[in-house]
Design a protein around this ligand. Structure first.
Ligand SMILES: Nc1nc2c(ncn2[C@@H]2O[C@H](COP(=O)(O)OP(=O)(O)OP(=O)(O)O)[C@@H](O)[C@H]2O)c(=O)[nH]1
Length: 827
């Protein structure tokens, strides 16, 4: 909970949730940090540049910068790659803070929650706003732990670009793959920052290769390191052929020297840089051509053999092709720009790439980055304060402004308000604070807005801009910006906000018309709801008890607030015991929620044992008939149902529901919702463990309903009939199977493998990564609870691991019967 405006101003974060189901990816370091005392906030923040009193008018350009000057970016990575440390440096060099925070000292700006500071990990994403060389940057530091992957995905949804941070000694790691895939899904242009270049084992080439191989991306090497590991002291800017050296005696890395590379003083470095620059130019030219398929297609169609001309670099012919191509692509601005670049490369500067102006190359790199056909790579060491300022320059230079992103849904709103609530915080004084990304239109205080997801209208009381350590009350904020609203009491994380219900309906109609034209009605209409982040089913649950019955309402309130912030936290009532059950994405997720209830809501709660969320399925087709005949008052309710349940392959907990032709359409029209409610309620609690049933199809073969029968009775009859059918079926428990990646030094490989064998682990591969071995395999979730402690003991704290839900697998009969006996209390 946020206690003051200053604290609030620097911590816009929230607990997350995870998507891929779960689980723990843990760092030994994290637990060591647990021992550190909590450092109170004592940071020194800069004041808002140009702010004079509260004269809002004079601040308009500061408060509402032109969209072309805005960068909404995220920082994403595998756990511990250095996202928070990099963010800290960014905030310091941009003037947001006046002192450098350190993750290991627990005094960073973005890792604000007490739990984050104690554990040294990011749990909630944090949004901070600052300026860099005339650009407005809204930056979101996202969690690296897989338990909070949903948080990452939700944030990606509101970003226009991202910086992927890597540990240069490890290259691409397990969670990097996950976040990279998420960024692919949301089509986020990104740049890579190879951090930890000072670390023993750091290798620029290794990390670049791993980006190429494992992420299947095309790295554009924009910098070369000067030295590696202990000798790392700066970088070479390949585009401008300058070296950037940081003063070894400087304790904050603010000052660095930028000098052109000279033949006299740096012959070797100059040669290497020239080669790298030539390769970069050639690569950008090729990718720019790829990024504009229209122009490329035209060329190859009209001019067969063009490809060979391009690659052979035969100038006269290439120039002819380009001139011809330009004639036909007059109206395609990107194509023209790419043609122009190719023209320069193959024409004017073909003899000497050195003369190609840096600005031309930068603009072409920007276009390629935007088209996501290649990804710029930079390097540095955030901890040693090296390479962060050029990273900031690269963010403004290569990542897109909101205007450059092609958000298809905007056409349906026609300039009307459309915003996404991507984060909710609860402030004791001000109530819920909602972070919004404005896509179109404008937000103002006292504005009534409509929430599409919640189908409700409510009023924004105040509009704030979180800038540096201040919250500035503002009169309005336009598209492209990130705002903080006060007063929305029903808006939850992930909701889409528009100006009114009629505006939403008008947009829906336009989307529908457009969809019909393009024959993809559903997907387009769905995109009206910007919150396209799927929340996976939790894999862990446990009961939670308040200290006394009198405190149950307080607990309910706390859980309601936490759920609004974090939709991946699920809360339900156990129908048998009446206990409250917490369902989460991993051990850490549940642990953090428990801790937050204590710290933020002052409630000491008791958690029951953590249990794995199994699923169930059936192995054969079964059929059942049932009749419900009841007279209530003077009304007779009579339903007869015949249905069949059969196994199918969907990997979904939602049953597929089918209706036989014999079922009367008229009857179905009136009762379909009741029938489906009855089926869904049974499928949520299977007959073996009360776990959700997956991979089943239910076919309704016959249905007879006496006139006047209530829908509740129809639902009840369908449920009873389905339960009857399931009772007869051969049933199977499915357990969550986790993909596991353990990074360990050679010395400890054997004990780790032996331990995994005992945990029913299935090792797929053992890779060599620099000096480490990486064990990749699968292991049942039930066997891996508390693994971080075991691994720490086995490897003297030198190993790390990452887990991610792979799928659900059938338990073998012996394990299944042991589990069932345990659950029934026989063992
Ligand atoms: N040697 C070296 N260590 C670094 C560097 N950057 C960060 N670290 C260390 O790496 C550890 C993790 O840094 P964080 O900044 O917390 O990493 P993160 O990616 O934010 O971690 P999560 O938020 O938990 O995912 C800390 O101990 C940092 O001091 C670097 O450039 N060089």
């Amino acid at each position: 909970m946020l206690s003051g405006s200053r604290i609030f101003a620097v911590n816009h974060k929230k607990i997350s949730s995870l998507n891929i189901n779960n689980v723990c990816c843990s760092k030994i370091r994290a637990s060591l940090k647990r021992l550190k005392p909590h450092v109170p906030l004592g940071r020194n923040y800069s004041s808002l540049p140009g702010l004079i009193g509260n004269d809002i008018k004079s601040l308009r350009s500061v408060l509402s910068p032109p969209a072309a000057k805005i960068r909404n970016i995220g920082i994403m990575a595998h756990i511990d790659a250095g996202k928070t440390t990099t963010t800290e440096r960014i905030l310091y060099y941009s003037g947001y803070t006046r002192s450098l925070g350190d993750v290991d000292d627990g005094d960073t700006v973005t890792d604000f929650m007490a739990q984050e500071r104690e554990r040294g990990i990011t749990i909630q994403s944090a949004a901070v706003t600052f300026d860099w060389k005339g650009y407005r940057l809204n930056l979101i530091d996202t969690p690296g732990h897989v338990d909070f992957t949903v948080e990452v995905e939700r944030c990606l949804r509101v970003l226009d670009g991202a910086v992927a941070v890597f540990d240069a000694s490890a290259g691409v790691e397990a969670q990097t793959l996950t976040v990279w895939r998420q960024a692919d899904k949301h089509k986020i242009p990104r740049i890579c920052f190879l951090n930890k270049m000072d670390k023993t084992g750091a290798s620029f080439n290794y990390a670049v290769e791993s980006i190429r191989e494992k992420l299947n991306a095309k790295p554009l090497v924009l910098q070369l390191p000067i030295g590696e590991a202990k000798t790392f002291k700066g970088v070479v800017d390949v585009v401008s052929k300058e070296k950037l050296l940081w003063n070894a005696n400087s304790d904050d890395g603010k000052d660095f020297e930028r000098k052109p590379l000279l033949e006299m003083s740096d012959p070797e470095l100059l040669k290497k840089t020239t080669e790298a620059r030539n390769a970069l130019i050639e690569q950008v030219r090729r990718q720019a051509q790829r990024s504009c398929p229209e122009a490329g297609r035209w060329r190859s169609q009209t001019l067969p053999g063009a490809a060979s001309v391009w690659s052979s670099g035969s100038r006269p012919c290439a120039v002819l092709l380009l001139q011809d191509a330009r004639e036909h692509t007059k109206n395609r601005s990107v194509a023209d720009l790419d043609d122009e670049f190719a023209d320069l490369v193959l024409g004017e500067f073909s003899e000497n790439f050195d003369l190609l102006p840096a600005e031309k190359l930068q603009t072409a790199i920007h276009r390629v980055t935007l088209a996501q056909t290649a990804v710029p790579v930079l390097c540095g060491s955030a901890l040693r304060n090296k390479g962060v300022q050029p990273l900031l320059d690269a963010i403004t230079m290569y990542l897109p402004s909101p205007e450059e992103r092609n958000y298809e849904f905007l056409q349906w709103y026609k300039g009307d308000l459309c915003a996404l609530a991507f984060k909710v915080l609860h402030d004791k004084q001000r109530g819920p604070l909602v972070f919004m990304r404005i896509y179109s239109g404008m937000l103002k205080p006292q504005l009534a807005v409509h929430n599409i997801n919640g189908n409700c209208t409510e009023r924004i009381s105040r509009l704030l801009l979180p800038f540096a350590d201040q919250h500035i009350e503002i009169p309005s904020l336009t598209a492209g910006n990130i705002a903080l609203t006060v007063g929305l009491k029903h808006t939850a994380t992930g909701d889409t906000i528009v100006s009114s219900k009629s505006s939403a309906l008008a947009a829906a109609r336009r989307a529908e018309r457009e969809g019909e034209k393009k024959h993809r009605r559903n997907s387009e209409a769905e995109r009206l709801l910007l919150a396209g982040v799927e929340i996976p089913e939790p894999v862990f649950f446990c009961t939670i008890e308040p200290p006394s019955m009198a405190k149950q309402p307080d607990l309910d309130h706390a859980l309601k607030c936490l759920h609004r912030e974090d939709p991946s936290l699920k809360v339900r009532l156990d129908p048998d015991t009446g206990q409250t059950v917490l369902c989460g994405m991993g051990e850490l997720h549940i642990e953090i929620i428990h801790d937050r209830i204590k710290r933020e809501y002052g409630l000491e709660t008791y958690l029951g044992p953590l249990q794995v969320a199994y699923r169930e399925t059936i192995l054969n087709s079964v059929r059942a008939t049932d009749t419900l005949d009841r007279t209530l008052g003077d009304k007779r309710h009579l339903v007869t149902v015949e249905l069949e349940a059969k196994p199918i392959e969907t990997a979904s907990v939602r049953p597929v529901i089918e209706y036989a032709d014999s079922v009367s359409e008229d009857l179905l029209k009136a009762s379909q919702e009741a029938i489906e409610n009855g089926i869904h309620s049974v499928c949520l609690q299977g007959p073996l463990l009360g776990s959700p049933i997956q991979d089943v199809a239910i076919t309704l073969h016959s249905l007879m309903i006496h006139p006047g029968t209530s829908t509740t009775m129809i639902s009840a009859c369908v449920s009873r009939c389905l339960q009857k059918a399931l009772k007869k079926a051969d049933k199977q428990v499915l357990e969550p199977l986790m993909g596991l990646e353990v990074t360990v030094t050679k010395d400890y490989l054997s004990p780790v493998l032996a331990d995994l064998a005992q945990r029913r682990g299935n090792i797929q591969e053992i890779q060599t990564r620099q000096n480490n071995k990486v064990v990749i395999g699968f292991v049942p979730l039930a066997e891996i609870m508390g693994y971080s402690t075991v691994l720490r003991t086995l490897t003297s704290g030198s190993a790390t691991f990452a887990l991610e839900l792979a799928n659900y697998q059938a338990m073998n009969p012996q394990d299944q019967s042991t589990l069932l006996s345990q659950r029934r209390g026989f063992t």
